[in-house]
Design a protein around this ligand. Structure first.
Ligand SMILES: *[C@@H]1O[C@H](CO)[C@@H](O)[C@H](O)[C@H]1NC(C)=O
Ligand SMILES: *[C@@H]1O[C@H](CO)[C@@H](O)[C@H](O)[C@H]1NC(C)=O
Length: 336
């Protein structure tokens, strides 16, 4: 992968769409709607798609524990989802319904794989949401992409920026930062170290530079760092730690050490904070070999929070039954 020298860095206030238009046709209700806004008891999210994936939702007792983490009622619900190609994602299961059904305050998506010119109209114009997207500009005139991030927000952020203000990284469509009154939300699609770890060196440079970026934000306001971080932190975070260690992108000691570093500078892995010993909790499964059915997965998607807002976490869930991508969505509720 070559980086064009003309890369745009950090585009302020994206030109893309903030619209109040509604869907022209509302798709039929699906069972996803059973999880109501007021019911945070982690009722299993069901999508009637015939997939036999092993349910992973957190057990009732753990959820009770989780709910006791925050003393106030949740005020903010965030969902993150690596959609693995937004056009296919829209077609497959009408996945955008996650907005009308789950009604998150903010949805961040990664891996849109879609140049800005090809973004489907329906994701640019979602009722009740402001939306922002960045695609990889790549060498192909800004209309090709294998990366790309997006954000849907009920309230209009104070500011939205892209990238980490470093030209060598910022043409890849990997980071969206939205500033709100009380926090920064950083949505990221972290570079994959690649087959044969060919991109591990680049990945580590990215990690290092990103660490500086997020530390600076954290000095100003608490940060919610979310997305596909493309690393399983500990052995518990993937099904086959022994065979993948140092061999497969996402589970090298180097990538894991960089994750440690993030925690060391003042961030919390919110899911592990609530469920330190929870096994078989994954957010990604390869499409090969019925991995999802057998729950041979990886936990690659995270909400990392500035330590000082730890006590604001009310609940953190992996919506492993929601289909439409090789990743499932993750959700957090905060009293912030
Ligand atoms: C948005 O953030 C950028 C980068 O921090 C900053 O330069 C710009 O002034 C901000 N804009 C607004 C409207 O706050
Ligand atoms: C993994 O890599 C690290 C550093 O590159 C090395 O110290 C460690 O011994 C390796 N472990 C295995 C099991 O390969």
């Amino acid at each position: 992968m070559r980086f064009p020298t003309t890369a745009l860095t950090r585009i302020l206030m994206p030109s893309l769409v903030q619209s109040q238009l509604s869907f022209t046709k509302m798709p039929p209700k699906r069972q996803l709607s059973e999880t109501s806004q007021t019911d945070s008891t982690a009722k299993k999210v069901k999508v009637s798609n015939g997939d036999s994936s092993k349910p992973l939702a957190d057990s009732a007792s753990e959820v009770v524990k989780a709910q006791n983490q925050c003393s106030d009622a949740p005020t903010l619900k965030l969902i993150s989802w690596n959609v693995n190609g937004v056009r296919a994602w829209l077609k497959k299961k009408d996945c955008l319904k996650i907005l009308s059904v789950e009604k998150p305050d903010i949805l961040v998506i990664q891996e849109t794989k879609c140049g800005s010119k090809d973004l489907p109209e329906e994701i640019k114009k979602v009722v009740d949401y402001h939306s922002y997207f960045q695609s990889s500009s790549g060498a192909n005139g800004g209309n090709q992409g294998y990366t790309g991030v997006g954000l849907f927000s009920r309230t209009k952020p104070l500011n939205v920026t892209f990238g980490m203000d470093r030209e060598e990284h910022d043409n890849e469509g990997r980071i969206i930062t939205a500033e709100y009154e009380k926090f920064y939300l950083v949505g990221a699609y972290v570079p994959n170290a690649g087959r044969g770890l060919v991109r591990l060196k680049y990945r580590r440079t990215w990690n290092k530079d990103f660490l500086e970026y997020i530390k600076k934000l954290d000095e100003q306001k608490p940060v919610i760092y979310v997305g596909d971080l493309n690393v399983a932190h500990q052995e518990i975070d993937l099904a086959n730690p022994k065979s993948n260690r140092n061999k497969t992108a996402g589970f090298t000691d180097e990538e894991r050490a960089d994750f440690d570093e993030l925690l060391a500078v003042g961030f919390t892995d919110s899911y592990r904070h609530l469920y330190p010993t929870k096994k078989d909790a994954y957010t990604f499964w390869s499409y090969m070999g019925n991995a999802r059915g057998k729950n041979v997965g990886w936990r690659l998607d995270y909400f990392l929070l500035s330590n000082r807002i730890n006590e604001k976490i009310c609940d953190c869930r992996i919506l492993s039954d929601v289909m439409g991508s090789d990743h499932c969505p993750i959700e957090i509720k905060l009293a912030l």
